[in-house]
Design a binder for this molecule. Structure first.
Ligand SMILES: *[C@@H]1O[C@H](CO)[C@@H](O)[C@H](O)[C@H]1NC(C)=O
Ligand SMILES: *[C@@H]1O[C@H](CO)[C@@H](O)[C@H](O)[C@H]1NC(C)=O
Ligand SMILES: *[C@@H]1O[C@H](CO)[C@@H](O)[C@H](O)[C@H]1NC(C)=O
Ligand SMILES: *[C@@H]1O[C@H](CO)[C@@H](O)[C@H](O)[C@H]1NC(C)=O
Ligand SMILES: *[C@@H]1O[C@H](CO)[C@@H](O)[C@H](O)[C@H]1NC(C)=O
Ligand SMILES: *[C@@H]1O[C@H](CO)[C@@H](O)[C@H](O)[C@H]1NC(C)=O
Length: 434
């Protein structure tokens, strides 16, 4: 009895410490725009490729999810971001059951809600599947007031997670003041169309690039913002699947000291992979269709856009300054930084140590040097790949990132069985039915 009382007191103290420590309270208004801290900084933690919901019918799938939650807690105990970005592949959609496919969202955002943090998602190819899709994930996210994910472009071909979030000076009190920073989010789609089958009973593939309609919305909206505020507003972008520029940069050579990070996924998978230039969905006939060219053009010609952050290729974690025209390409880079994050979840392929890229925006540095700082916080607590994405990024020398691997401590992968009622093998970038 005494023990029980003590235990209750102990846990009450623990939870009080938590709420004090995270210094936000129930009256936090997540509908108000994001703000820089009073010290002029704004930090983003990027969680990507969480891949919740794998093999719920085996013991290892749910164990992976438990361990992924631990990674999120570890990262957020060490870092104190203003915003968390869930940069695609939240859920392994092809393993989900229609009736509860979005429930995994609650597990993912639990550690964020507990800390009073808000988040913004982009959806990945595995989030778009037969039993789950961007629209249903968004609806589940929006049950929480902390969700800042939106859909600003409608249409069957747009995908869902296309929107922007302004970040303001804390001194800004009116909706008219110019944002200090704009965060753009794009849906690179892919995977399968929700609840659709063709005449032969096969699932219907969805294009895996940012649609040209979304590109037009982006350039137009950005022009309107520039015009309204009569200035170029610095910005960052997030999209799950990287563009072909990342592949071209990788082929140009990733230098472990100049572009610190792991470079194990080579050649990497990019937007429009597996599609033909004429729009046929035929991975056997064509390896790349080039449909991401309008998106690349828009990114590189947007003044003030400093960096674009992707996931998808779990074994690539570098940032590269894309300058000039690369061999085989027509689009010129103009100094845009293209970055991968770090595989955060125990779900999904690969055993590179789990972690999360951090982006620290400092208002003065943004204004004066047009630069942001970034690093990767690993599950072990170690920090790797700390760099400044400034004017000399790509020339500056940094310590190389060690290629550390870990495995799920409580997962028994001995028995891997197909989803009840199906015969399925797992593949790297999408489900393959046999
Ligand atoms: C809760 O947060 C609001 C807005 O940040 C602040 O004005 C208020 O003082 C806080 N209340 C407590 C009890 O900390
Ligand atoms: C969803 O339902 C399946 C099948 O009944 C079950 O194995 C799985 O644990 C459920 N997932 C969640 C998140 O509730
Ligand atoms: C979708 O969910 C249903 C209902 O749980 C399940 O029977 C079916 O196997 C799932 N289909 C696919 C393609 O995942
Ligand atoms: C994509 O990148 C590859 C590798 O560098 C290059 O050969 C190809 O021409 C590029 N395609 C386009 C459309 O940029
Ligand atoms: C960019 O950052 C690096 C690392 O902090 C620094 O050594 C370098 O001088 C910076 N470049 C400029 C142009 O400020
Ligand atoms: C792992 O699973 C296999 C197959 O179900 C079982 O035979 C084995 O005993 C399990 N190993 C551990 C360490 O639990």
């Amino acid at each position: 009895m005494k023990f029980v009382l003590l235990a209750v007191a102990f846990f009450a103290t623990l939870s009080l410490q938590r709420s004090v420590r995270y210094a936000r309270n129930e009256s936090t208004d997540f509908t108000a725009p994001l703000q820089f801290r009073k010290d002029g900084t704004f930090q983003i933690s990027i969680l990507e490729d969480l891949h919740f919901g794998e093999n719920a019918w085996d013991t290892w799938g749910p164990q992976q999810d438990i361990n992924s939650v631990k990674v999120i807690n570890k990262v957020l105990d060490a870092e104190h971001p203003e915003l968390v970005v869930l940069n695609g592949d939240l859920i392994t959609g092809e393993n989900t059951f229609l009736e509860n496919s979005t429930k995994y969202v609650d597990q993912i955002v639990g550690p964020l809600v507990e800390r009073g943090l808000s988040w913004a998602s982009t959806y990945g190819n595995h989030d778009h599947s037969f039993n789950v899709t961007g629209a249903t994930i968004l609806a589940r996210e929006r049950r929480w007031p902390n969700a800042r994910t939106r859909q600003m472009v409608t249409g069957d071909d747009a995908g869902i997670s296309n929107y922007y979030l302004p970040v303001h000076d804390p001194a800004c009190t009116s909706s008219d003041c110019a944002p200090e920073l704009i965060l753009w989010f794009f849906d690179s789609r892919g995977g399968w169309r929700y609840q659709q089958k063709d005449a032969n009973g096969n699932k219907v593939g969805q294009p895996d690039w940012v649609d040209v309609g979304v590109v037009n919305w982006f350039t137009q909206t950005n022009a309107e913002l520039t015009n309204k505020h009569q200035k170029t507003i610095p910005s960052l972008a997030f999209v799950h699947i990287p563009t072909n520029a990342s592949l071209a940069l990788q082929e140009a050579g990733v230098d472990g000291h100049k572009q610190p990070g792991i470079d194990d996924d080579a050649p990497l998978a990019q937007q429009a992979q597996g599609w033909c230039p004429d729009g046929r969905d035929d991975g056997d006939a064509c390896s790349y269709g080039g449909q991401d060219v309008p998106f690349m053009q828009a990114l590189t010609t947007t003044p003030g856009l400093l960096a674009v952050f992707s996931g998808h290729d779990h074994g690539d974690t570098w940032c590269y300054k894309w300058d000039g025209v690369l061999p085989g390409m027509t689009v010129a880079g103009r100094g845009l930084n293209v970055c991968f994050g770090q595989h955060t979840g125990y779900g999904g392929y690969g055993s590179w140590e789990r972690g999360a890229r951090q982006v620290l925006v400092t208002r003065d540095k943004l204004r004066e040097e047009k630069a942001v700082d970034t690093w990767i916080r690993l599950e072990s607590g170690n920090v790797v790949g700390r760099v400044s994405l400034n004017a000399t990024y790509g020339q500056d020398k940094y310590p190389a990132t060690p290629n550390t691997k870990t495995s799920c401590p409580t997962c028994n992968y001995t028995s891997v069985t197909p989803m009840p009622g199906t015969k399925r093998r797992r593949s790297r970038h999408g489900p393959v039915d046999t």
